[in-house]
Every structure is written in structure tokens, then in C-alpha cells.
Design a protein around this ligand. Structure first.
Ligand SMILES: [Zn+2]
Length: 257
């Protein structure tokens, strides 16, 4: 698999311009110009459906709590994981990821280190990020990944075209990473942060949406509980990205945020 991954990526000339401070944040303001090959799903006229995606995990507390909350509604989510947080030096979250997979959730590739952008890094770095995360997902019972979400949503058109996975962005950005709790937050401040995350989602969501959240923050867990309750009340089904898109195709870009 690793060999086939390496062989499937064309040689590109770009050097890596890694930006540590950007890389430590998440999907903010760094997206490349929209590639021309964006795909959209066919909507089901009988059922409003959305996909909820969680990036940057697994997290041994919040991922588990989110999975439990999804289970209350029979909802399925998609987790775009980091290989280094499965069984790497950053974190040991393999058991948590396999728990999510055992509950029927979709496990997909985000990256290994979260320290390079796929529109800037070298081929060696790009191949490492994808193939090592693919391997970690398989080794920990997450199945065979078929989807990839670029770090920060940034990737070149050439890399999308050559990608052995379907490339998945989003259309509803919760911006939850901006509203993490701080240790000195008052109850009121925490509530305001949760309300903002919920509002960012619920005021933009529609049939066929792909929602971006991060399962590594307590504030995201608190907001997710409310978001699930509201989506349920509004009659939405919450399905995996693969189900929403109906067998997404490798080398295609879905949504462009
Ligand atoms: Zn990320």
C-alpha cells in the first residue's frame, strides 16, 4: 500500500514553507484558490441529510464523549484523524479511534503531524503524512481509509488529481478552534463560546452540508450536544461522508469551503 501510494504521486517542484504558528492552529484562512474539479452530492428528495466531520483527533476524553452522544441519536460521523495521535509520539489514541470505528463511524485521513500544508510541502513530506496515517488507521482497526482531508483545507490541484483518496473539504465551518475554553473563563464566557459555535453551524447548515468541527476540545463537545439535538429537531439525518456523497471518487475534490 505504501509503495503504491508513493508511486501514485507525481513529482512536484514546490519546496516546503512550513509555518509553525499556522500549523498549530487549524483550518483557518490558508486555503488555496479553489481547484476547478469540485464535486457535489446528489440530494435525496425524501430526507434532509448532513455529514458531521471531526478533525485533529482522536482525543481520549472528547472523542469518546462525542461518540456516545452520536449514539443517542443513531447518527454516524466521520473522523479525519492524525496518525501521530493514534500511536505516535504526540498521543496514544489508537483505542479511542478503534472505539469510534466499532460504533460504526467512518475513519479517514487528515495527516500525521499536522505541521505541513499540502499546497506547500515536499512530496516526501506529503507521502509520509498520508501513508503513515493510512497505516496507523489500518493497524488500529479503523478499516481501509478512502477519504482524505488536507490540513487547513490546502492542497494543489495536481495533488487532488493524483490522490488515491477522495479529497473532502466542507461548506459549514464551526470555527470551533477559535472558541476553546480558557482556564479563567467564567460560566458566562463558556456559554457564549458554545452559543457561537452552535450558531456558526445552525445558521449555515442545509441539506447536503458537510460540517467541520474538531473533537479535541471540551467546548466542541458541549456545542456538539446542542447541535445534534437541533439537527434532530429539524429532521436531519446525520450520515458518514461516504454515505452523503455516495461512494466518493479518488482524485476528486468534494466541497471547497
Ligand atoms: Zn486540522
Amino acid at each position: 500500500m505504501i509503495l503504491s501510494l508513493l508511486l501514485s504521486f507525481p513529482a512536484l517542484l514546490s519546496g516546503c514553507q512550513k509555518n509553525e504558528s499556522e500549523a498549530n492552529e487549524t483550518e483557518s484562512g490558508t486555503a488555496a484558490p479553489l481547484p476547478p474539479n469540485e464535486e457535489k452530492p446528489t440530494l435525496d428528495p425524501n430526507q434532509k441529510r448532513v455529514a458531521i466531520t471531526f478533525d485533529d483527533g482522536p482525543h481520549n476524553v472528547w472523542t469518546k464523549q462525542i461518540v456516545n452522544e452520536l449514539g443517542r441519536y443513531g447518527y454516524t460521523a466521520t473522523f479525519f484523524v492524525l496518525g501521530n495521535r493514534i500511536d505516535g509520539t504526540a498521543y496514544k489514541g489508537g483505542d479511542t479511534m478503534s472505539f469510534a470505528a466499532s460504533q460504526g463511524h467512518e475513519i479517514a485521513i487528515h495527516g500525521y503531524t499536522h505541521e505541513v500544508y499540502y499546497n506547500k510541502c515536499t512530496n516526501e513530506e506529503y507521502n509520509f503524512e498520508l501513508s503513515e496515517t493510512d497505516k496507523a488507521i489500518r493497524n488500529w482497526g479503523g478499516g481501509t481509509p478512502t477519504l482524505m482531508r488536507p490540513i487547513g483545507g490546502s492542497i494543489t490541484t495536481e495533488r487532488v488529481d493524483a490522490c488515491p483518496y477522495a479529497v473532502i473539504k466542507w461548506d459549514v465551518d464551526s470555527e470551533d478552534w477559535r472558541y476553546k475554553y480558557k482556564s479563567d473563563d467564567t460560566e458566562e464566557a463558556r456559554k457564549e463560546k458554545v452559543d457561537t459555535i452552535v450558531q456558526n453551524v445552525m445558521s449555515n447548515v442545509g441539506d447536503g452540508s458537510i460540517i467541520l468541527l474538531h473533537d479535541i476540545y471540551e467546548s466542541t463537545y458541549d456545542a456538539t450536544r446542542i447541535i445534534l439535538e437541533r439537527l434532530n429537531a429539524e429532521g436531519y439525518a446525520v450520515v458518514s461522508v461516504s454515505e452523503l456523497l455516495g461512494e466518493p471518487v479518488p482524485g476528486k475534490l468534494y466541497y471547497s469551503n
